[in-house]
Design a binder for this molecule. Structure first.
Ligand code: GDP
Length: 309
């Protein structure tokens, strides 16, 4: 990527896409191209094809997706599978047709089997059954990986796929029902502190373990691999360290300054028991995260309060 390359970031208003736009800007890239949904609906095949024909981007970061936490995945399975399949198929195909030099597709660590050995190595893909709560999203993402690999094999298209772990950071969705755990807890502890509530409920048993990566670190990894990596194998992106949901809740409560009790609601699903990525492939490619979890939670809480919460 040159500083003046034409770079399309699909999904630039989301958590990941907005972080990629920030990272490109910070590194002096002047040819960043974005479109809102009103300007180009990525589920509209003709609109996507027309955009690529008109703008002829050289590089594409495919960060557009329908995403959500464990509850949203369970309640909107049709939208999760349809929107993700349609968006990624439209963008990958149009990018190849329009002669894009390289495309980076973002998957997710939920593509791995529910009971795969830990830490999760890239070759465990399709070695077992998926976690039921997010299988719709996972199947769509697996199709995206396979589409990138198929277009590379048949057409020589430089499409690479990254599998980020659970992400968090500025620009996240803090809605109580549809969000992921970290922003959900931050919002809930913040509100409970303000209202003087004696206890806060955390879904599930508190025992599942998750790995959390700050989205600015993910964006940095995306730029690094767009420059340095060009092969069909998927690459995990994470920190290689995880915490239990109970530990996470304590960390977030401490940062927010909430001193009440934390209680667990076992009627809510736990999801996958553990989802820790093996990041040795990424490390060998010369990239490491910089933002620790405590520091990242503090930065995200500063951002959250600046939004007027
Ligand atoms: P997952 O990694 O796909 O399961 O995504 P989530 O971030 O939605 O959930 C991670 C874990 O946190 C699960 O075990 C949830 O049950 C647990 N959890 C605890 N409280 C919450 C909450 O308020 N919202 C969400 N989304 N998850 C929660």
């Amino acid at each position: 990527m040159q500083k003046d390359s034409r770079i399309f970031v699909a999904g630039h208003r989301g958590l990941v896409g907005s972080a990629i736009v920030r990272a490109l800007g910070a590194e002096g890239h002047t040819g960043v191209l974005t479109r809102t949904r009103a300007q180009c609906d990525l589920t509209d095949q003709a609109a996507v094809a027309a955009l690529f024909e008109a703008e002829r981007p050289q590089y594409v970061f495919l960060a557009a997706a329908r995403v959500g936490g464990i509850h949203a995945n369970d309640v909107y399975p049709a939208e999760f599978i349809r929107d993700n399949l349609v968006i990624q198929t439209n963008v990958i195909h149009a990018a190849w047709k329009a002669g894009v030099e390289k495309l980076l597709f973002l998957g997710s660590s939920c593509i791995y089997p529910k009971f795969a050995p830990q830490p999760l190595r890239e070759e465990y893909l399709l070695s077992g059954a998926l976690e039921p709560t997010n299988q719709w999203y996972a199947v769509a993402k697996i199709a995206g990986i396979k589409m990138c690999q198929a277009y590379r094999r048949q057409y020589g298209f430089s499409a690479i796929s990254l599998m980020p772990t659970n992400l968090y950071g500025p620009g996240d969705n803090f809605d109580a029902e549809s969000s992921h755990v970290l922003p959900a807890l931050m919002g809930r502890f913040h509100a409970a502190k303000a209202a003087g509530q004696p206890e806060v409920t955390v879904w599930g048993s508190g025992t599942p373990r998750r790995e959390f990566l700050h989205v600015d670190d993910l964006a940095s990894a995306c730029l690094h691999l767009m420059r340095e990596y060009d092969a069909e194998e998927i690459v995990n992106v994470g920190t290689g360290q995880d915490v239990s949901i109970a530990e996470l809740a304590e960390m977030v409560a401490r940062e927010v300054g909430y001193q009440g009790r934390i209680v667990f609601d076992p009627s809510r699903p736990d999801g996958t028991p553990r989802k820790l990525l093996d990041v040795s492939r990424l490390t060998a490619l010369g990239w490491r995260p910089r933002i620790g979890l405590r520091e990242g939670i503090a930065a995200t809480y500063r951002w959250f309060r600046e939004q007027g919460a």
